[in-house]
Write a protein that binds this ligand. Structure first.
Ligand code: ATP
Length: 268
């Protein structure tokens, strides 16, 4: 299915087709859904029903059930960009966490063209001025033939404003940072453009981890890792291993953590 053939009642085609599409994206399903539940959920349903689903892109204007990790809610007001893209899973599924690492590098690079100080807070948040500008989440899903695909879901606060929001101390938007609005399509294009390079990034592990390290805002900082509210480790973030796990220098030794149940807090 392509954007031009999308014709549900609440779906309209979206000008993403002017993005680097025809050569770079095999098929674009542009879902400009005025009240999508969640672009990742929509993408998941699509993968489960369709073998030829790779490089399909879902876009929503708002989400009624935007999701973060661990069942967290992603606040998805009008003015944000909410997209999910389906990619083929080209690595061993035990290494699939690298998709999150690589997607982080791609999205950070794209957002830096609007806000050059944007950095990744491990594992999957993009911060500016120590506040969350964007979150991303990867999910592995099987198509009807049993092949795995990775769904990368991204929420960016583009023109939303958090001055009057309960999230005002922890969230920001491009508009709040720049003081003026940004065209959501431009942000979308920049991100999709970078995501097309993701398979190349995944193929070179050393460069991927180096790029992620360069884009990170936690290396060299004191951090606390929490699981279900309990501190699992406290120490200095010293880098990432070849699976994108964070390495924490504690008083005793260096420990690695994958992002499953863990939340990270920057100290001080
Ligand atoms: P935490 O942010 O608590 O460390 P996390 O990084 O694992 O956890 P995610 O699941 O990535 O969290 O994102 C969800 C969290 O982000 C929510 O619990 C909320 O605190 C915050 N949040 C929700 N919507 C937005 C938004 N639009 N912009 C910024 N932050 C948001």
């Amino acid at each position: 299915m392509s954007a031009s053939t999308t014709s549900s009642n609440n779906l309209i085609s979206y000008p993403i087709r002017s993005a680097p599409t025809s050569d770079d994206i095999q098929s674009v399903l542009a879902v400009y859904d005025y009240s999508s539940d969640s672009t990742n959920s929509a993408a998941k349903r699509f993968v489960r029903s369709e073998q030829n689903c790779d490089y399909t892109l879902f876009i929503a204007q708002t989400q009624t059930q935007g999701r973060g990790r661990k069942g967290n809610v992603w606040s998805s007001e009008l003015g944000g960009l909410y997209i999910s893209i389906i990619l083929p899973c080209v690595c061993d599924i035990s290494n699939a966490s690298l998709y999150s690492t690589a997607a982080g590098v791609c999205v950070q690079k794209a957002l830096c063209s609007f806000l050059p100080t944007c950095r990744i807070k491990w594992p999957n948040d993009m911060l500016v001025s120590n506040k969350k500008l964007c979150g991303l989440m990867c999910e592995l899903v099987c198509d009807p033939s049993g092949r795995y695909h990775v769904i990368i879901g991204i929420g960016v606060n583009v023109n939303s404003s958090f001055y009057d929001s309960p999230l005002r101390d922890t969230a920001t938007s491009i508009r709040d940072e720049l003081g003026h609005e940004m065209t959501i399509t431009d942000v979308c294009k920049a991100i999709v453009h970078e995501l097309m390079l993701l398979p190349l990034l995944i193929a070179d592990n050393d460069s991927l981890i180096q790029a992620y390290t360069n884009a990170s805002c936690i290396v060299g900082k004191d951090v606390k890792l929490l699981a279900a509210g309990n501190v699992k480790a406290h120490g200095k973030a010293v880098g990432f291993d070849n699976l994108g796990r964070v390495l924490i220098q504690t008083e005793i030794d260096i420990k690695s953590f994958d992002y499953g149940e863990i939340s990270l807090r920057l100290e001080g």
